[in-house]
Design a protein around this ligand. Sequence first.
Ligand code: ZN
Ligand code: ZN
Length: 382
Amino acid sequence: MINVPPHPFRVSEIDENDPFVVNALKKHRHFDPCWCGSGKKYKKCHMNREQEKPFTLGKLQKLQRDVFWRKRGCMYPKSSQSACDGKIIDSHTIQRKGPLSKIVDDSGHVMHFEPSGDSAGLEAQSIGWRKASTFPGYCRRHDSELFGPIENIAFDGGHEQCVLHAFRNLCNEIYRKQALIDSLKFQKSILDRGQDLDRQIAIQYSCNENIKGQRKSLEESESLRAYIEKAIVGSNYGALDSACFFFEGDISVVSSSVFQCEFDFEGSKLVDMWDLSIDAELLSHSIANTEKGGAIVFVWHKGGIHAKAVVESFERIPDDEKGDVFVQYCFLNCENTYFSAIWWKSLHSKQKAQITSYARALYYEGGAFTANKQSLVGWKFT
Ligand SMILES: [Zn+2]
Ligand SMILES: [Zn+2]
């Protein structure tokens, strides 16, 4: 069973004069809409919340997983004529015949940071490669139609291949954001069971603020998806920019995701992600494999100033430090990062501790990435 990925959750400061709090503290009649914003009647929602029995942690986690990993339909470009065929399958966000195959061990396992039963945080653990980096995003037909050019043809840095990488990343990101919003809504409905009214208000308020933030970033992702869809359907790939950094060496870490360009690689802050009045630019990254090694692939909306700044800051990193810095960036920012057992075993305990602390950090607060003296990966950029 795939666990629910960790996500940034910000506990919001409560202001007593906030209309939400003022309204929550009013007397409510049975059939009033509930103060929490669930859309349910007060009687069916928070009226007896303090007396409700909290769920056990096990039950909570199970329900949470069910909500998160629900199938949400095929994400093939809607504007295309071609119809879905077959049920929604688990699609790999990292090419299964490509980079993923480079990190699988003889027993069919790869490594990933997973919640651990006995420790408080995430731990590097071995998981079956089929479960690695998948999401239920497309029907069988559209998965192979869309991603044939990146699954079956060797990567050469061609712009079209790069854009397809980005599109798959983006669909995964959108799926996860939607899943996260559903799961926050679910948490709203159960997390404050048995708590007093003050705690209920605090929990509901924080959940609402987080949902607002996630909705905003979902909107940004949706608008980039519409843009890429148009490019794919109309074969107009010039609407996007891409940059590839080729390297030689073993692909021991693979990662793919789409990020809001909040900081560049030198730690400069580009935009305040929590200011909902500003649209953040998005940048997709993935790792593709080549004959001699691999490539780090960035894709962004043509004309994106912040996205370009992030890529340029990566370009400025000396070639012998790029691999090390990129790997740190992936572990710190991106849950969708997998690695080989051989590589993990080869690291010193200090390096393992550093990477574990990155993987456990839910929110990157900025600061420049600096390369380790002893590089984490031996990637030679040319
Ligand atoms: Zn309620
Ligand atoms: Zn489909």
